[in-house]
Design a protein around this ligand. Structure first.
Ligand code: ATP
Ligand code: MG
Ligand code: MG
Ligand code: MG
Length: 571
C-alpha cells in the first residue's frame, strides 16, 4: 500500500471524550471514527487490524473442527418468544418492527437462531456433536457504551454453539474450546487469563471467561499465588447457585422502592447479613449527556442509620442529584466512594457503578435483566460490588479458596466467554435428536463467544507507549513501513523504495510505502502512532553508503543495515 493513496487519518490532539488509552489511540491513529453513541466506522487502517484478528480466530475455530455459518443480524420475535427471552432480555435487546408491524430484534446473540437451524437440520445422534460458529455483527443497546469499540453497541463477535447428546460430549467440546481460545489469544500476543465465571458450587466449571490483563479492565479477577485458581472475584465467592436465586419480579420500578424483604434478598445474594446491606436503592438517572443514548443507572447500597422513609421522602433528591455529573469519575468523587460518604445526606455509599446497577436489579429481580444471552446468567458486572471494601468477599491477600496460596487481584478485560448451556434452549425450543435407542432427546448445548472488535482495543491496552501503538506482529495493520526521504525529489530514493516495496510484498509482508510529501518528522510520528513494527528509511545518503536505516517500533535505537540484507534481517 502506498501511503500517498491511503487514508492516514492521524490526529495530533487526544480527543477529549476518549477516556482510556486504546480509545484515544484508535482515534488518533485513524483506525475508527464515531458515528453515534456506541457506533463506530472502521477506517481502512483499523479494518486491516480487525480482519487480522478475525482471520486468526477463524483459523483456530476451523482447526478445532467447528463449522462456519453466517446468520442474519435481524431475528424474528417468535424465536425469542419460544425461548422466553423476548420478555427476559431487557433493554439491551433492540426491538424493531417491519412494515407489517411484525416484531423483530437485532441479534445481541444467536442461541435461538442456531437452535432453530439445528432442530430442523440434525435428526440423529450420529449427526452430533456439531459446533457451528460465525463472525458477525451483534447489537446490544448497552446502558453505557464507552471506551470506543471496547464497549460499543454494534460490535463484531465470534459466537459458536455446540450440540451434543449427553453432558460428556459437551464437556469434551467445551474443553476443546478452552484450548482453542488459549491458542487464539496466544497467537494474538496477549497476556491473558482464563478465570472461573461461575460459582462452581455445583462442581466443575460451567462458565469461564478469558480476560486480557489491563488496568483499564472493567472486571476484577483473582488469582492464587500458588495454584491454578483464578476467578472473577465477586461471583465465585459471593453468589449462591443459580437455582437459589429468587423468582423474577416484573420491572425495575419495583426495585426503586425496596422493602425489607428486598433488602433481605439482596443480602442473601451478596451472601452477607441484612444489616450490612441496610438499604438498596436504584435511582434512574437523567440522560447523562447528549452523546450517549443510554440512561445510566446508579445503584447505591447504603449503610447507615437512615430509614427507608428518610430516603424516599427527602433524601432521594439529594442522592439523585449528583447523578447528573458528567463522568464516572465525577460521580465517584461527588458521591464520595473514596471517603465512603456523601456530604449532603451523610450516607455511606460503598458502591456506585452504573453497570452494577443492572445487576443489582438482577439480584433483586432474580432474573438477569441483560438476560440469559450468550453467557447465560451474566453476573460479571457485579464485579463492581467488589470495589467496596464492605461488600467484597474476596480481597487481595485473602487465602485462595482452594487453600493454596493467597489471592492477587488484577483488572481484566473480558475478551472471551465459554459456557455450558445444558438443555435450556433445546428444551424450550424442542430441539431433539433421536438417540441410539431411537428415543427423542433434547440436545446439550455449549456456547462460546469472543469479542473480535473488543480484542483490537484490548491489544492496544497492552501494547503502547508514549508515541502510540506497538502492534504485536500478528495483527499489525502493516508489518513494515518503508519511508522514502525526499522521494518526491530524488528519483534514486523513489526507485529504491519501490524496489524494496516490491521485494518485501512478494515475500508476503504487508508493507506500507510512505511516499507522502511530508516532512520526515511527520512521517515518523505517524508511523509510531500507528504502531507499525518495522521501519526502514531510505535516503540519498544511505543509498550512497549502501545502507538503509532500520528501527523496530519498540527499539530504542536505529541501525544501518546493508540495503541488500533488509529482507534477511526482517525474516
Ligand atoms: P460484558 O461483561 O463486557 O458486558 P458480556 O459478558 O455481556 O460482556 P458475552 O455475552 O459473554 O458478553 O459475549 C461474548 C463476548 O463479546 C464478550 O466476552 C466480549 O468480549 C464481547 N462483548 C460483549 N459485549 C460487548 C460490547 N458491548 N462491545 C464489544 N464487545 C462486547
Ligand atoms: Mg454485557
Ligand atoms: Mg460474558
Ligand atoms: Mg461479561
Amino acid at each position: 500500500m502506498r501511503a500517498s493513496q491511503y487514508l492516514i487519518a492521524t490526529l495530533k490532539e487526544t480527543p477529549a471524550d476518549a477516556e482510556i488509552i486504546s480509545h484515544q489511540l484508535m482515534l488518533r491513529a485513524g483506525m475508527i471514527r464515531r458515528l453515534a453513541g456506541g457506533l463506530y466506522t472502521w477506517l481502512p487502517l483499523g479494518l486491516r487490524v480487525l480482519r487480522k484478528v478475525e482471520r486468526i480466530v477463524r483459523e483456530e475455530m476451523d482447526r478445532s473442527g467447528a463449522q462456519e455459518v453466517l446468520m442474519p443480524a435481524i431475528q424474528p420475535a417468535e424465536l425469542w418468544q419460544e425461548s422466553g427471552r423476548w420478555n427476559e432480555y431487557g433493554d439491551e435487546l433492540l426491538r424493531v418492527k417491519d412494515r407489517h408491524e411484525r416484531d423483530f430484534c437485532y441479534g445481541p446473540t444467536h442461541e435461538e437462531v442456531i437452535t432453530d437451524i439445528v432442530r430442523n437440520e440434525l435428526r440423529s445422534y450420529r449427526d452430533l456433536p456439531a459446533n457451528f460458529y460465525q463472525i458477525q455483527t451483534k447489537f446490544r443497546d448497552e446502558r453505557r457504551p464507552r471506551f470506543g469499540v471496547m464497549r460499543s453497541r454494534e460490535f463484531l463477535m465470534k459466537d459458536a454453539y455446540s450440540f451434543h447428546v449427553g453432558p460428556e460430549s459437551l464437556n469434551e467440546t467445551y474443553q476443546v474450546m478452552v484450548e482453542t481460545y488459549s491458542a487464539i489469544f496466544r497467537r494474538l500476543g496477549l497476556d491473558f487469563r482464563a478465570v472461573e465465571a461461575d460459582s462452581g458450587a455445583i462442581g466443575g466449571s460451567k462458565s469461564q471467561e478469558f480476560h486480557v490483563l489491563a488496568s483499564s479492565g472493567e472486571d476484577a479477577i483473582a488469582f492464587s499465588s500458588e495454584s491454578d485458581y483464578a476467578a472473577n472475584t465477586e461471583l465465585a465467592e459471593a453468589l449462591p447457585p443459580k437455582g437459589e436465586r429468587p423468582a423474577a419480579t416484573e420491572t425495575m420500578q419495583e426495585v426503586a422502592t425496596p422493602d425489607q424483604n428486598t433488602i433481605d434478598q439482596v443480602a442473601g445474594f451478596l451472601n452477607t447479613t441484612p444489616d450490612r446491606v441496610l438499604k438498596t436503592l436504584l435511582v434512574h438517572a437523567p440522560k447523562k449527556d447528549e452523546n450517549s443514548s443510554d440512561q445510566p443507572l446508579v445503584a447505591l447500597v447504603l449503610r447507615g442509620d437512615h430509614t427507608l422513609n428518610d430516603l424516599k421522602a427527602e433524601k432521594l433528591a439529594n442522592v439523585a442529584e449528583p447523578l447528573t455529573m458528567a463522568s464516572d469519575e465525577d460521580i465517584r468523587k461527588t458521591l464520595g466512594v473514596d471517603t465512603g460518604s456523601i456530604g449532603p445526606v451523610g450516607l455511606k455509599v460503598p458502591m456506585v457503578v452504573d453497570h452494577a446497577a443492572a445487576h443489582l436489579a438482577d439480584f433483586v429481580c432474580g432474573a438477569n435483566r441483560t438476560g440469559y444471552h450468550l453467557t447465560g446468567a451474566n453476573w460479571d458486572r457485579d464485579v463492581a460490588l467488589g470495589e467496596t471494601a464492605d461488600l467484597r468477599e474476596v480481597e487481595e491477600g485473602d487465602p485462595s479458596p482452594d487453600g493454596r496460596g493467597i489471592l492477587e487481584i488484577r483488572r481484566g478485560i473480558e475478551v472471551g466467554h465459554v459456557f455450558k448451556l445444558g438443555r435450556k434452549y433445546s428444551e424450550a425450543m424442542n430441539a431433539t435428536v433421536l438417540d441410539e435407542n431411537g428415543k427423542a432427546v433434547a440436545m446439550e448445548m455449549g456456547c462460546y463467544g469472543i469479542g473480535v472488535s473488543r480484542l483490537v482495543a484490548a491489544a492496544i491496552e497492552q501494547n503502547h507507549d508514549d508515541s502510540g501503538i506497538i502492534w504485536p506482529e500478528a495483527i499489525a495493520p502493516f508489518q513494515v513501513a518503508i519511508v522514502t526521504l525526499n522521494g518526491h525529489k530524488s528519483e534514486t530514493v523513489r526507485e529504491a523504495g519501490e524496489a524494496l516495496y516490491e521485494q518485501l510484498t512478494q515475500s508476503g509482508y504487508d508493507v506500507l510505502l510512505d511516499d507522502r510529501k511530508e516532512r520526515p518528522g511527520v512521517k515518523f510520528a505517524d508511523l509510531e502512532l500507528i504502531g507499525i513494527p518495522h521501519r526502514v528509511v531510505i535516503s540519498d545518503r544511505g543509498i550512497e553508503a549502501g545502507t538503509y536505516e532500520y528501527k523496530g517500533r519498540a527499539d530504542e535505537d536505529k541501525q544501518d543495515i546493508p540495503a541488500d540484507d533488509i529482507p534477511g534481517f526482517l525474516a
